[in-house]
Design a protein around this ligand. Sequence first.
Ligand code: CAA
Length: 295
Amino acid sequence: MAQQIEKVGVLGGGLMGHGIAQVAAEAGYQVVLREVDEATLAKGVAKIEKQLARAVEKGKSTQEDADAVRGRIFGTAHYRELADCDLVIEAITESLPLKLEMWREVDEIVKPEAVFATNTSSLAVIDQAAVTGRPERFVGLHYFNPAQVMKLVEVVRCVTTSQEAFDTALEFARSQGKLAIPTKDKAGFIVNRLLVPYLLDAIRAYEEGVGSVDEIDEAMKAGAGHPMGPLTLADFVGLDTLGSICDVLFEEFRERRFARPPMLRKMLAAGWFGRKSGMGFYDYSGDAPQPNPAF
Ligand code: CAA
């Protein structure tokens, strides 16, 4: 039987965390959004407010509803505000040491019956569950970017996850109007196991001169019906995140299809993290993205 969830903690208000917080508040949950400091928190909250205002402008929501959603989100820079949350979802940087350090601290503060979830894209869920005092109440809840739009949430059961915690996570995902698909705790789960080699292959195709950046993207949009071309999508996911995911997958499977292409390594060394940093396969400094002028 699923546990009752009323208050949800979200750790991290970045690309994924702000969207997860918004989706939970839209589904009627009270949300505590925690960021490292007030300035970073303000950026995350501003992104939510922008999306809520856009929905009102488009007539998809009323001002009253948007205000109610905003009113359900409480921002903080302190873990202590998470103490009485029923579910805590982490969406911090894709780094195992950082996640472990964070869980050790949060586990001390949050009530013992609460369920913990990681939004990791690729790291093993059990590695995080094992550092908490509640490995049986630990799951993966993997949302997709933008969380407000993408229908899927992968619900990941690790070896220690209890049936009750798993049912709680499934029901929580469905209560937000998401398609909840159960997956095993295998690196990359379903989507990234298939999507990441495709994105890496698009980078290799560009390296080998098969087409230009925009030719590769336009070809996949028009030829395969994808909403975004692979190089646009790589920028959208974040090249740093893509690099972290492919390293984890390569470490796990030792297969070339998961290996970091040299070009990705060089772009990261240059500080080009994709859309979020303003430069990746495309330059985002103008009105419309243009292929990176350095290529
Ligand atoms: N928040 C809320 N709504 C948003 C939004 C956001 N951040 N971004 C877009 N939207 C809404 C728009 O408001 C618009 O709504 P209406 O149709 O009601 O007007 C709708 O989504 C479509 O947006 P746009 O018209 O601006 O642009 P689009 O048609 O190109 O769609 C997109 C944008 C939904 C992002 C689409 O391009 C798409 O589906 N791209 C693929 C995204 C994808 O593959 N995501 C998964 C990445 S992998 C991942 O996340 C997992 C991981 O671990 C790495």
